[in-house]
Design a protein around this ligand. Structure first.
Ligand SMILES: [Zn+2]
Length: 164
């Protein structure tokens, strides 16, 4: 993935280094049940869609199985099919809402490959615009980013409800 300037990701790197985020957030967030606080957008049968709190660009979504596994090859046919149907759903909704110029989509498996959460597989969907960071306020203190995230959540959520 082409490097994007996303200064709020520094907070994420600091958290990771200090080990403040214990456990597995991709197991914890769906279990907590407060979907809007957790920026959880959609619950499928085997997988869910959640916004990335430390986005590379606005509308950076993640699709993950409920099942805790770091191995893509562990997923059964039903899990896999739904996983990629949700990838399609994310792309369809983002295209409809914000019409980005392109998307990056993919998985990082293992720390060495850039996985922030390396024990629980997930697929990233990252919409791309020419100039990217123009879409979100570039001055971006993390406070600015979280209010932008809440705003994006409020736009995205009804679209996922329509699709379900
Ligand atoms: Zn997990």
């Amino acid at each position: 993935m082409q490097h994007l300037w996303a200064p709020w990701r520094i907070e994420y790197i600091r958290l990771a280094k200090s080990g403040q985020e214990k456990g597995c957030i991709l197991c914890d967030k769906p279990a907590e049940g407060d979907d809007s606080a957790n920026l959880l957008l959609h619950r499928g049968r085997y997988n869910f869609v959640i916004m990335n709190r430390y986005p590379y660009s606005a509308g950076h979504l993640m699709i993950a199985p409920y099942r805790h596994t770091c191995l893509l090859e562990d997923l059964g046919d039903d899990e896999l099919l739904e996983h990629f149907q949700l990838v399609q759903m994310c792309i369809r909704i983002i295209r409809r809402l914000w019409n980005p110029a392109g998307f990056n989509m993919g998985m990082n498996m293992g720390r060495i490959a850039g996985a922030g959460i390396d024990q629980h597989i997930h697929t990233h969907v990252v919409p791309r615009w020419a100039g990217d960071t123009n879409f979100m306020p570039v001055i971006a203190g993390t406070g600015v980013v979280s209010s932008a995230l809440d705003e994006n959540y409020r736009e995205l959520k009804p679209e996922f409800e329509k699709e379900s």
